[in-house]
Design a protein. Structure first.
Length: 295
């Protein structure tokens, strides 16, 4: 399957490495327990990522123009998850996944779904028996596709750990003009991903420009991608009883990151909270070391 190139080893690669590290650690911790483990990928893609950035150095064995996607990494975790659910709205991506994994020793563990991730995930969260299950879900959208109701449904299971690629720069910051104006369509989109319109107060302040009698004439944009992500973290803390990782992973080449990778977990038992917190931090640290961020 031919795909348009996107991302880079330092951004997309870093994100996927964190996910892969966490899934491996998670399964080593829970794979041999009495819980049935489940991995859900809401935007599974085709199983591989063609990078936009590449090198002409033919002797550099570490360089890859195509890297394994999240579904591929999850399916190769040892021990494997008991079940996998791969979702994508594009049939060609699901067909590519099926072809790629047909000879995998874990092929029979996979269920494929074509359609809107929000609808499928909310249905899964309502239907599954979570008392005997634990799992990890990855929401890695291209933009602002994830609705707040989906986040609520994941949190309500009290059994799923969530990795969420939140479009703080792409879906929030860039949709708000410096003069404080927001297109009506973008306004609805921002409210939909946060599940509240409280951002309308948090992201602006009165302009220092005044009319003749001293009244402010406009409002100014004060939100940044970082503060947009922090606002989402506070929203996540309202529904995830287990906890939310305070550390955010900025992803993007520009001064204003397009995305932040966030993590939250629903299980509030002391043991589960400690485990999720420890594994998430270990996954980030291991990945940062790999990408040269820790000496």
């Amino acid at each position: 399957m031919i795909q348009k190139r996107f991302g880079s080893a330092d951004t997309t690669g870093r994100k996927l490495d964190v996910i892969g590290e966490y899934l491996s650690m998670y399964q080593k911790a829970l794979g041999n327990t009495n819980f049935e483990t489940l991995y859900i990928d809401g935007f599974a893609g085709s199983g591989e990522v063609p990078l936009a950035e590449h090198t002409d150095n033919l002797f550099d064995e570490d360089v890859r123009t195509v890297i394994a996607g999240s579904a591929d990494r999850a399916l190769n975790v040892d021990p494997p998850f008991a079940r996998y659910i791969f979702i994508d709205k594009r049939r060609k991506c699901i067909d590519a996944l099926k072809a790629k994994f047909k000879d995998s020793p874990n092929a029979e563990r996979v269920n494929y779904s074509i359609g809107d991730a929000n609808e499928h995930i909310q249905k899964i969260c309502r239907a599954e028996q979570w008392r005997s299950q634990r799992g990890v879900i990855l929401l890695d959208p291209f933009g602002s596709q994830v609705r707040w109701e989906t986040i609520e449904a994941v949190a309500a299971t009290k059994a799923l750990d969530l990795w969420y690629l939140f479009p703080a720069g792409l879906g929030v910051f860039r949709q708000i003009s410096n003069d404080g104006t927001v297109d009506q369509t973008h306004e609805a989109s921002i409210t939909r991903i946060y599940g509240t319109d409280a951002w309308k107060t948090a992201f602006f302040e009165p302009s220092k420009q005044t009319e003749l009698f001293g009244e402010p004439v406009t409002k100014e944009k004060v939100v940044t991608p970082e503060s947009a992500a922090l606002f989402m973290i506070e929203r996540l803390k309202r529904v995830f009883e287990g906890g939310v990782m305070d550390e955010m992973i900025p992803l993007g080449k520009h001064a204003y990151p397009s995305y932040y990778l966030l993590f939250a977990w629903g299980n509030a038992s002391p043991k589960a909270k400690a485990l999720a917190n420890r594994l998430s931090k270990a996954a980030v640290k291991a990945t940062d070391r790999k990408h040269g961020r820790i000496v």
